[in-house]
Design a binder for this molecule. Structure first.
Ligand SMILES: Nc1ncnc2c1ncn2[C@@H]1O[C@H](COP(=O)(O)OP(=O)(O)OP(=O)(O)O)[C@@H](O)[C@H]1O
Length: 270
């Protein structure tokens, strides 16, 4: 049996990936400066792995994720997904293969769903945008049921739904085209506590059902503990610690990680 080209490496591989931003001058006498959001970083995420990205605000988590998904261009380095080079400067059409392989869930289910569109159109949009063959209406109905909603809800509009239901809709949209990789940037921070538990259970189930490789950015250590196998800790634009969830969360090697974890209770693994 032939193995995929990336079999000996991760499904996602970043090498020397960095991103600097030019800082706007406040007066005409200021020297031009750049700030480094991400220092040259190597990262591998294996197929089927669920990686949690943690670190204080401004540590570079979103920058890293945006670069991995070609939502931003790196200053240096490169990204490969499934053995293929990701070229963030390529046209949208040339990046269809990457969009097909990935699904994205953002923080705010209120802001991320277009209020003028029906739920069916919102969820089905990746199918037609990415030229995916098949019966789109049927697929939308199936995926609505898969995320715990009613197939008939496709004709309704986002304002008719609660925050938790909207995040289910956002998840349905993220997986409708059957991506291999699901990336969440603070996927639960806009939800209240009871709803979080339900969405966490749903994410865990979808991970298994769809065989997803996951990257989850979160300040919520509890979420990472339950959803991830491995964790990378970011500080000042660098990954300062990476390992299994149990190793890093139970026995952090870095003082920074210890401080990060000190504020939240970490439930011992069984
Ligand atoms: N478009 C941009 N222009 C200038 N600086 C930026 C830009 N995007 C990010 N930065 C800077 O890069 C650094 C890393 O930001 P990033 O959003 O990646 O951090 P983060 O860890 O995701 O933070 P948070 O947890 O608050 O979302 C920050 O100092 C931020 O101000």
């Amino acid at each position: 049996m032939s193995s995929p080209a990336h079999a000996d490496r991760g499904l996602i591989v970043a090498e020397g990936l960095s991103r600097s931003f030019r800082v706007r001058r406040r007066t005409m006498f200021d020297r031009p400066r750049t700030s480094i959001a991400l220092h040259p970083t190597d990262l591998e995420v294996a197929e089927g792995e669920s990686l949690g990205l943690i670190g204080e605000s401004g540590s570079g988590k979103s920058t890293l994720v945006r670069l991995l998904l070609a939502l931003d261009r790196p200053s240096t380095g490169r990204v490969r997904v499934a053995g293929r080079d990701v070229d963030a400067s390529a046209s949208a059409r040339s990046l269809h293969w990457l969009r097909r392989d990935t699904g994205l869930v953002f923080q705010d289910p209120y802001a991320s769903l277009d209020p003028r569109m029906s739920v069916g159109r919102i969820i089905g949009e990746p199918l037609w945008a990415l030229d995916i063959a098949g019966d789109h209406r049927a697929r939308v109905r199936d995926v609505l049921v898969q995320v715990g909603l009613d197939a008939d809800m496709a004709d309704r509009h986002p304002h008719e739904f609660s925050g938790g239901q909207r995040q289910r809709i956002a998840l349905a949209r993220a997986i409708v085209h059957r991506p291999r990789i699901l990336v969440g940037d603070e996927p639960m921070s806009a939800l209240d506590v009871t709803v979080r538990a339900q969405i966490l259970a749903l994410l865990s189930r979808l991970r298994v059902e769809e065989g997803l490789t996951m990257i989850t950015v979160s300040h919520d250590i509890g979420l990472v503990q339950h959803l991830s196998d491995t964790v990378a800790v970011m500080k000042d634009g660098r990954i300062v610690e990476r390992g299994t969830v149990s190793a890093v969360l139970q026995h952090p090697a870095q003082e920074y990680t210890k401080r990060l974890l000190a504020a939240v209770p970490v439930i011992p693994s069984v």
